[in-house]
Write a new protein. Structure first.
Length: 191
């Protein structure tokens, strides 16, 4: 312990000296946030895109849990851990990490379709924002329909008090998401 303290002091002193020396010539950028009057439509579009990006980033954890197979995987891992008789091994962080990687593996084809059909055409300005959202939802809805029990879907459509849809394309995402989550939980418990 006595040998470590002088080494730590030397390292900290050296780091602080380097920080002071480099801080003198260091130029840091500033960031300003404000509202100005837009003079061109492109300026409004950029602002809306930034707002949409922040909204998506803030909702990303909920999107990950609700629109992917993450829920099923993490519940199965939890049951597996209890079945093995270990309460804390593997730790929750490792289980969540494994569940995230498996979710990414399972969802990669869906994300590739979204990128190809919605994001890239929107970035290249071939389609509008609304069209990009619709095209991005198509592969997600296809994935969710594939893994949703018809009975669960019927329950949520009936609870919404909407007329019976003629096809799956008529089912709103607001009814599909909870039916998908319930189906994922049921499947996890069955596994």
């Amino acid at each position: 312990m006595r040998k470590i303290i002088p080494i730590l002091i030397l390292v900290l002193t050296g780091l602080s000296y380097c920080g002071v020396a480099s801080a003198e010539g260091l130029v840091l950028p500033t960031v300003r946030l404000g509202l100005d009057k837009a003079t061109q439509p492109e300026q409004v579009n950029t602002g809306i895109q930034i707002l949409a990006l922040f909204t998506i980033l803030s909702l990303a954890p909920a999107i990950l849990v609700m629109l992917t197979s993450f829920t099923r995987i993490i519940v199965v891992f939890s049951f597996l851990r209890q079945a093995m008789g270990t309460q804390q091994m593997p730790p929750n962080q490792i289980m969540v990490g494994l569940a995230l990687f498996l979710t990414c593996y399972i969802m990669t084809p869906v994300w590739q379709q979204i990128n190809t059909n919605a994001i890239q055409p929107y970035v290249e300005e071939h389609i509008t924002y609304k069209e990009a959202i619709d095209k991005a939802l198509d592969p997600v809805k296809t994935f969710m329909f594939k893994h949703t029990n018809d009975k669960d879907l019927a329950i949520f459509v009936a609870m919404a008090k909407e007329k019976k849809p003629n096809s799956r394309e008529d089912i709103k995402i607001q009814n599909l998401v909870p039916a998908f989550v319930i189906s994922e939980l049921k499947t996890a418990f069955l596994i």
